[in-house]
Design a protein around this ligand. Sequence first.
Ligand code: PLP
Length: 364
Amino acid sequence: MKFNKFLDDIKVYEAGKPIELVVREFGVKPEDVVKLASNENPIGTNPAVAKVICKNADKAHLYPDDSMYALKASLASRFGVQETELIIGAGSDQILEFLSRAKLRENSSVLMSKVTFAMYEIYAKQVGAKVFRTASYEHRVDEFINMMEKYSPDIVYICTPNNPTGDAISKKDVFSIINATNEETLVVVDGAYMEYAAAKDEKYHIEPKDILKFDNVIYLGTFSKAYGLGGMRVGYGIAGKTIIDALYKMRPPFNISSLSLAAAIEANKDDAFVKKSIYLCKEQIVRYESFAREHGLEYIESYTNFITYLFDESRDANKISDYLLNKGVIVRNLASYKLNAIRITIGTAKQNDRFFEIFVEALK
Ligand SMILES: *Cc1c(COP(=O)(O)O)cnc(C)c1O
């Protein structure tokens, strides 16, 4: 059977391996598996959120509130924006998909950093758009501006902090890139890990209301990382009304389940949980940095809840990740991004202990 010819050029997104797979394939006991591969919140589900999810269980027969009034009101007040400047997606991933379909068609083009979130490319290719990448994995202003002048891309993706590398681009540099775009270029500022960057260094803190000054920019955020709701699939986009109106034309009705809406509303009330998550990460990431220094490993300075270790030719990220996996430690191998590196989500103290224990063996 023939499908859309653009699909031939798409590699399926490789999600982090689930705990069940490691138990099944390697015979590791479920309680011994340490999953540090998907940047999930290691503290677990916020208990207040779990309670609200249970409380809403008897409303499963009803469609959710499609206006998402309560969640929008709560996000609008958190960010100091208007409800008309918001759209909610099943993860910010779904908003990336809306953006691609709304803005791109065959022979459109997009620009992104050399190593960045894999879904930008997949959504672009689905509609036949060309993908241009900068030469460096860091977001460098000069490279972005040169390539924008050369290719006039329809969408420019700025992932800050960037996944899977963990580095970030300062607010000043983001504005330099935005200021160099023309009004027809849509700039996507993906702030999936912004809570961590904001806590680390205010110069890297981009607030959605900062970008509302520009008519051609959208800010994306998610409940999946610092807010600990990866399994509920809730993300949001914040932009001027023209962009939001276009995205609404792409949105299927009831795209967020009633349980997810209730969970996100509750999560948004609980600043203490987010603070605790950020604090744990701050406290534990130091161990990864010292470990790297002690063992002569290179790492990328992280503004996120994960860290990327870069290996030289004497080591092989494939072999190291396989070794870890066999022992029940799941990390992200970045070989598919053409980096001889692994990305490790910062876990709880106990999870990190286990990682170091096995990683030392893997290095030998
Ligand atoms: C995790 C992540 C997202 C979106 O996650 P959702 O769970 O779909 O909200 C978007 N961008 C980056 C860079 C991410 O790491």
